[in-house]
Design a protein around this ligand. Structure first.
Ligand SMILES: Cc1ncc(COP(=O)(O)O)c(C=O)c1O
Length: 375
C-alpha cells in the first residue's frame, strides 16, 4: 500500500515538473480537507481556528473558510485577507499575544473582539485601542520537548491569571477564558495534560471569584509525522486530550484550538532539482534550486528536520544538500543517505506545508517556489 502511494506521488511529481519546472510547492486540497476532518473527528469537542501564520496561502485560507471553521490571526494583513474573503469577524481570534495599537484599532473597527493577552501592559493597550474586547489570559505551560518552545516568549505565570482577569474587568474588558500553547510539534502528551489541569484550576478559581469564564483555548502544537519512520502521535494525543477535557471542563465550557501544522503540514510537498554537483572532502555535494532562504526556511525558523526523497534508485552514500544562494549558511543537510544524483534529478520533501512557504524569502533574487494546487 505504502509503495503504491509512493509511486503515485512520484508520477505526480514527474508530470508536474515537466509542466511547471522547479522549485515547486505542491498543496493538496484533499489532504487539507482530510486533515481537517481528522481533527474534527478526533477532537469532537474542540472548535478549530486555523493558525493562518503556519501557511497563509489564499487557497488554504479559502478551503478552510469554505469548510466553515475559525481562524487564529496575528496581524492586520491576516485579518484583512480573511475579511476580504467574506469570513465573519466572529470566526477570528486575534491570538498574537503582543499586538500593535494599529492592529488593535483595526480589529476593533472590524468587530474582531476575541483576543489573548499575557500581561498588564497588553491589557492596558487592549482597553485603550479595542475597548470592551473579550479577552483570554494566555498562561505559561510546560513546553517540554516541543520543536518550537513558545512558553519561552509568551504566557503569564498561572498564579497571575486571576489578578489579570480581575484587572481586565476593571478596565472595562470582558474576561472570557484561558488560553495556552504547549509549543509547536509537541510530542509530549503530558504537556497538554498539565496545561489542562492548570487551566481547570484557574476556571475553578474564577468561578469562586464570580468571573464567569466560558472559553478554553488549547492552542496549537498537535504533532505530525515529518519522517516515514516516525509514529503518528496525533490520534493518541487527541484521545488523551478528550478524556481530560471531559473530566475537567463541564459541557457548557466552549473548547477552541488554534491548529496550524496539523492542518496544513501534511498537505505540502516541496519539489526541487539538483542544479549543481561537486565533490568536497570526498563527499558528494548537491546544490538544489530551493534552500534555507526559501521553502526550507523551516530548518531555521521552525527548527524542523525533513526527510529528503529522490526519484532515482541506487546505492546510497552520505551526501550534503545545499541551497541555491551564495551564502554558506544555505546548507540544507550534511548527512543525507542518498543515491548518486546528477544535475536535473529531483529531490522532494513531503509533510512540509507548515512554516515553510510562509517564511520563504527572495534572497539572492530567487523567488519562492511556485505553488501548484493538486487534488
Ligand atoms: C498563538 C499561536 N497559536 C497557534 C499556533 C499554531 O501552532 P501549531 O502550528 O503548532 O499548531 C502558533 C504557532 O506559532 C501560535 O503562535
Amino acid at each position: 500500500m505504502k509503495a503504491k502511494s509512493n509511486n503515485n506521488i512520484k508520477k505526480i511529481i514527474e508530470n508536474l515538473v515537466r509542466k511547471h519546472n522547479t522549485p515547486l510547492f505542491l498543496i493538496s486540497k484533499n489532504k487539507l480537507l482530510s486533515q481537517l476532518k481528522r481533527f474534527q473527528t478526533l477532537l469532537p469537542r474542540v472548535k478549530p481556528f486555523y493558525a493562518v501564520k503556519s501557511n497563509s496561502h489564499p487557497f488554504i485560507l479559502k478551503t478552510f473558510a469554505d469548510a466553515g471553521i475559525g481562524f487564529d490571526v496575528a496581524s492586520i494583513q491576516e485579518m484583512k485577507t480573511l475579511l476580504d474573503m467574506g469570513v465573519a469577524p466572529d470566526r477570528m481570534i486575534f491570538a498574537n499575544t503582543v499586538k500593535t495599537p494599529e492592529a488593535l484599532k483595526f480589529a476593533a473597527s472590524n468587530k474582531i473582539d476575541l483576543m489573548t493577552f499575557d500581561n498588564e501592559y497588553e491589557l492596558n493597550k487592549i482597553a485603550r485601542y479595542a475597548p470592551g474586547a473579550r479577552v483570554l489570559v494566555r498562561i505559561k505551560v510546560p513546553n517540554v520537548g516541543s520543536m518550537v518552545e513558545l512558553s519561552l516568549k509568551f504566557g503569564a505565570e498561572p498564579p497571575d491569571a486571576i489578578p489579570f482577569l480581575i484587572k481586565a474587568i476593571r478596565l472595562g474588558l470582558k474576561p472570557v477564558g484561558v488560553s495556552f500553547h504547549v509549543g509547536s510539534q509537541n510530542t509530549h502528551i503530558e504537556n497538554y495534560l498539565d496545561a489542562l489541569e492548570i487551566s481547570s484550576i484557574i476556571f475553578k478559581d474564577a468561578q469562586l471569584k464570580k468571573i464567569p469564564l466560558e472559553i478554553l483555548d488549547i492552542g496549537g502544537g498537535f504533532p505530525i509525522k515529518h519522517f516515514d519512520y516516525e509514529k503518528d502521535l496525533f490520534a493518541q494525543t487527541a484521545g488523551s486530550i478528550n478524556k481530560e477535557l471531559n473530566r475537567l471542563f463541564p459541557e457548557n465550557i466552549q473548547i477552541i484550538a488554534e491548529p496550524g501544522r496539523v492542518l496544513c503540514g501534511p498537505a505540502g510537498i516541496l519539489v526541487m532539482r539538483v542544479i549543481g554537483k561537486s565533490i568536497r572532502n570526498n563527499k558528494h555535494w548537491y546544490y538544489l534550486d530551493d534552500g534555507v532562504y526559501g521553502s526550507l526556511s523551516g530548518i531555521v525558523y521552525d527548527h524542523c528536520k525533513y526527510q529528503y526523497k529522490v526519484l532515482k534508485k541506487g546505492v546510497t552514500q552520505i551526501t550534503t544538500l545545499a541551497g541555491p544562494t551564495c551564502d554558506s549558511f544555505d546548507i540544507i543537510s550534511t548527512s543525507e543517505e542518498l543515491p548518486e544524483l546528477d544535475i536535473g534529478d529531483i529531490v522532494y520533501v513531503e509533510n512540509i506545508g507548515a512554516y515553510s512557504w510562509a517564511t520563504a524569502t527572495n534572497f539572492n533574487g530567487l523567488p519562492p517556489a511556485k505553488v501548484v494546487i493538486i487534488p
